[in-house]
Design a protein around this ligand. Structure first.
Ligand SMILES: [Fe+2]
Length: 230
């Protein structure tokens, strides 16, 4: 099944894709290899340090695309090696295309889709952590990049960016089902329903207009720093 930027509505088949999670580098970055059980084709989500770990997870598959959630350095430290080894075309949001060490072949469009083994991966533009922050949805699996983690959103560097990220999460992520597994760009997974519940409590409370940084939904004023430096 070719990978195409055209959206083909179809019901995701549970189990049609296998998800291989790779933890890599000093900041506990996650890369994911999503494999079609039917065709053996795969896509790689993010290219962090220790690219050999990502390539090992993709071994035996035909890598058809590399999807970059955003271009902070820790997510692309292994980019050259993974591109060189797979020869796969790279997708990224237009606003971050020039941050990659190599020119990408394709640009994400919000609500665009990428086909993998007859399954459709939906692209969601979720700016705020970065201008081109992108999440990828397949069925009940959400690859959230650094937009959403257990207990809080991704880091922001200004109150405006924080408000933008919250707005985008409300509009594009929190409308999705509670039983969706959130697979972030660092650390542990979570369930979207759990995060939506915490966010509702956050939203019910007053907050400083200056709020930004490493915000936790339930402890915005005492949030510890996350390992993510960027
Ligand atoms: Fe980041």
């Amino acid at each position: 099944m070719p990978i195409s930027p055209h959206h083909t509505p179809s019901m995701p088949a549970p189990g049609a894709l296998e998800i291989r999670k790779v933890s890599a580098g000093p900041y506990d970055n996650n890369a994911y290899v999503i494999v079609s059980r039917a065709t053996g084709e795969s896509v790689i989500v993010d290219t962090p340090a220790e690219p050999e770990k990502v390539l090992a997870a993709a071994a035996g598959t035909e890598v058809r695309a590399i999807l970059i959630t955003h271009c902070h350095p820790d997510h692309i430290q292994g980019h050259r090696e993974i591109v060189a080894a797979t020869g796969a075309p790279v997708w990224v949001h237009q606003s971050e295309a020039e941050m990659l060490p190599l020119p990408p072949q394709h640009l994400f469009q919000h609500l665009g889709a990428i086909q993998l083994g007859g399954q459709s991966l939906t692209i969601l533009h979720v700016p705020g952590h970065t201008t081109g922050g992108t999440a990828i949805l397949w069925g009940k699996q959400l690859f959230s990049g650094d937009t959403l983690f257990p207990n809080g959103p991704g880091k922001t560097w200004s109150p405006e960016a924080f408000l933008q990220l919250v707005s985008m999460l409300k509009e594009r992520i929190f409308i999705l089902g509670d039983d969706i597994a959130v697979r972030p760009g660092h650390g542990a997974d979570t369930l979207l329903g759990r995060e939506k519940q915490q966010f509702r409590l956050f939203e019910s409370r007053p907050h400083s207009p200056d709020l930004c940084g490493d915000v936790l939904w339930l402890a915005p004023s005492t949030a510890p720093s996350r390992a993510d430096p960027s």
